[in-house]
Design a protein around this ligand. Sequence first.
Ligand SMILES: Nc1ncnc2c1ncn2[C@@H]1O[C@H](COP(=O)(O)OP(=O)(O)OP(=O)(O)O)[C@@H](O)[C@H]1O
Ligand SMILES: [Mg+2]
Length: 481
Amino acid sequence: MDSIGRNHRLETAAADLVDNSIDAAATHVLIRFVVARGKVQSLYVVDNGLGIAPDKIDDAMTAGVRRDYDPTELGHFGLGLKAASFSQAGSLTVISRANGSPPVGRRWLASKARESFECDVVGEEFCAREFRRRWRFFDLTIGTIIRWDDIQAFPNVRDEDATSRFITDATTRLEKHLGLVFHRFLEDERIKIGIQTEFGQAGGVGLTAEVKPLDPFGYPRSGAGGYPQSLHAQIDGRAVDVVCHVWPGRSQLPQFRLPGGSPERFQGFYFYRRDRLLQAGGWNNVEVKRRDLQLGRAAIDLDDLLIESNVFRMNPEKSRVETGHEFSRALARARGESGGDLRSYFADAQSAFKQANQRRRARAQVAPLGRGVPPRLRRAVRHELTALPGQEDVDIRWRRLRGDAFFDIDRESGTIWLNAKYRSAVLGDRPSTFNDAPLLKTLVYLLAENLFHGSWLGPKDRDNIDLWQALLTAAAKEEAS
Ligand SMILES: Nc1ncnc2c1ncn2[C@@H]1O[C@H](COP(=O)(O)OP(=O)(O)OP(=O)(O)O)[C@@H](O)[C@H]1O
Ligand SMILES: [Mg+2]
């Protein structure tokens, strides 16, 4: 268990517990950090699944007891709960209630687990109390509560600011990792996962962040014609489909960027077992990761016959799939319906990447988008377009303008003023904020940005301003009427 634990991170360990919740037919899983006395004291993973019956809980706590698994279940090794928990925490408490049984509980300390399989029985009153806590994300009548104490991933000094930074960071990592690993389950709402923080004895609980699916193939349109394309491989006498995708270039979508790092990191194979993602990228020695292959991602669904075939092996943390030589040989022979193969796929992904970059270089330089829109949008503009050297930003803001004119170009201050007269008509029910109406502001920016280049406005520019003013003012009046 020590050696398995070494490869876990908080988010991969949490995914292991979510696996168990899914196997127990839970519809909701809640992850809750508990802060007391300025530190993270414990972490809960609570589900409303079928629970563990009193006569099964000792098996559940034992390392390596493999049940008979249904063909859809995610469990496989009989280790996940224990290895994941002790990779993160010094103490693991499992409290569970199955239909028709009282809640039962066991606690196991990492220090003891190294020496023996003996764990402590948790008192009935304590179990009942944990079940009565207000979990908020769902009603808990039957289900399972996993509690970690003495968690290594958090600072053990009493420092509220550091603790809150750690929780924010951990929440983001959990959202991204779980959103990715379970994206197929989250998409069709087989499971909902919430993350929240409880502060102190007083029991205040912060907002629940709901994990959103991150589909690593969720691009708006393919980056290359003819894709996605399935390559049919024969592995160990069985048919395996490798579904090859090409992302559009330089995407800023979270499902392309995935959990941070460079976009190059997530090219490669995405192995799934029973809809759960086992590996997010990496070419498994078939190719190396290269900058110009960053748009290539290929999905492979593995069933258990393949996993047991020795061509594929999932690691005990379920975060990677090892492949044997037969895999690369089979891939080299794999063909698509229209004759494509792995080489042509790589070539297509590379040329999509090159084209996307050439397009960017060919674009005219601009005055960057400044204040008045959300920072994310400013970043997107910076990513798509190159700024003119030394050019000031263009801000887009609301102000009461004299008369009915929709906008005013203020080159002095580098601002496009929108007439506040029309603000509520544009916003409808939404509140007015500094960064409101991003769609309108972006359109106005794209239209008028080039008026801020150079030191004077030419006759063509002046005519454009008159034209836009006439039409946009008429349109704004329609919105307001
Ligand atoms: N949240 C849960 N709800 C119901 N039963 C659970 C839950 N968590 C664990 N169990 C029970 O405990 C057993 C052991 O869990 P553990 O994660 O250690 O192994 P596994 O899921 O069987 O296999 P794997 O090592 O592949 O995860 C499970 O098989 C299941 O019967
Ligand atoms: Mg498990």
